[in-house]
Design a protein around this ligand. Structure first.
Ligand code: SAM
Length: 286
């Protein structure tokens, strides 16, 4: 639920008894697409803000935390990622990070709502700066169906950069979808999914993601927490699952010598993100 009051945008988390606010300068855009209500604001201190169905998706100022952590740990854990599929991710920020890896030959962004991408091109052009890269491919449609139809053994890394597990994204947090990911992945393949707040969701969504990924045949599942100031509790996570490889081994030397600039991710952050807070160990196991 979102409110606008005296120049403040507020996302209210009724069930948590909390809220998050940003001081806004003006509303830049609002529309209803076939799938959701899209709003864009200019804020006083966080740049532009994208809101989908009343939920904060990203701001210009802090999206690098999320996009870098959704991408680089998985791509540096895979031995040699050549084909990467992003499910959701319509703002194109994850696609941009994926294409920073020179070894990637082909990347697909499978986003259900084309309007998210079109508005990002206008209001977040920096996130879309790799959209013309010849390796970038776009499909606008349901990622669940797309994953069902994809050729088996054809993808190295799948990044599920989705909205919360309600509405069209609900089926992206499900054992059937993970089975389709399992089929789609080549040997050594990795899937990584945005998995909500460690503080709020370890016992529920994150535990279910672990259980369902394991049911789908992924032997190695690990959740990486990272800061994300504009999301509920300011603390977020992604959950990585590997077909064969223990996820604590990554290409550390390649990460240290990465041929591109990052603002949050580096090899030390990667190792730190693999460490589990004790309450997560207690709930998820080692
Ligand atoms: N960083 C955000 C977060 O954690 O809340 C996610 C941002 S990204 C804009 C999420 C995208 O997932 C949205 O643009 C939404 O349209 C897309 N999406 C939701 N369900 C989908 C589905 N079934 N297939 C493809 N894209 C989907």
């Amino acid at each position: 639920m979102a409110e606008l009051n005296d120049g403040w945008f507020t996302e209210v988390f009724q069930d948590q008894g909390t809220a998050f606010s940003l001081k806004i300068k003006r509303k830049l855009h609002e529309e209803k697409s076939e799938f959701q209500t899209l709003e864009i604001y200019e804020t006083e201190t966080f740049g532009n803000l994208m809101v989908l169905d009343g939920c904060v998706m990203l701001t210009s100022r802090d999206n690098f935390l999320y996009h870098e952590m959704m991408t680089h740990p998985a791509l540096f854990t895979h031995r040699d990622p050549k084909k990467v599929v992003i499910v959701g991710g319509g703002d194109c920020g994850t696609l941009r990070e994926v294409l920073r890896h020179p070894g990637v030959e082909e990347a697909w962004q499978v986003e259900i709502d084309e309007r998210v991408t079109r508005l990002s091109e206008k209001y977040f052009p920096e996130l879309c700066e790799s959209n013309e890269d010849p390796r970038a491919n776009f499909f606008f449609g349901d990622g669940i169906q797309w994953m069902r139809d994809i050729e088996p053994n054809s993808v190295d890394v799948i990044i599920v950069d989705s909205t919360d597990p309600v509405g069209p994204a609900e089926g992206l947090f499900a054992v059937d979808f993970y089975r389709d990911c399992m089929m789609a992945l080549r040997k050594g393949g990795i899937v990584v999914q945005q998995s909500e707040s460690p503080l709020l969701h370890t016992e529920t969504i994150i535990a279910d993601v672990h259980k369902d990924m394991k049911k789908a045949g992924f032997d190695h599942v690990h959740t990486l927490p990272f800061p994300q100031p504009v999301y509920p509790t300011g603390w977020w996570s992604c959950t990585m699952a590997g077909k064969e490889k223990p996820l604590k081994y990554f290409r550390e030397a390649d990460a240290a010598e990465r041929p591109f600039v990052t603002r949050y991710y580096n090899e030390s952050i990667h190792k730190a993100a693999l460490a589990q807070p004790q309450f997560m160990v207690d709930i998820l196991g080692k």
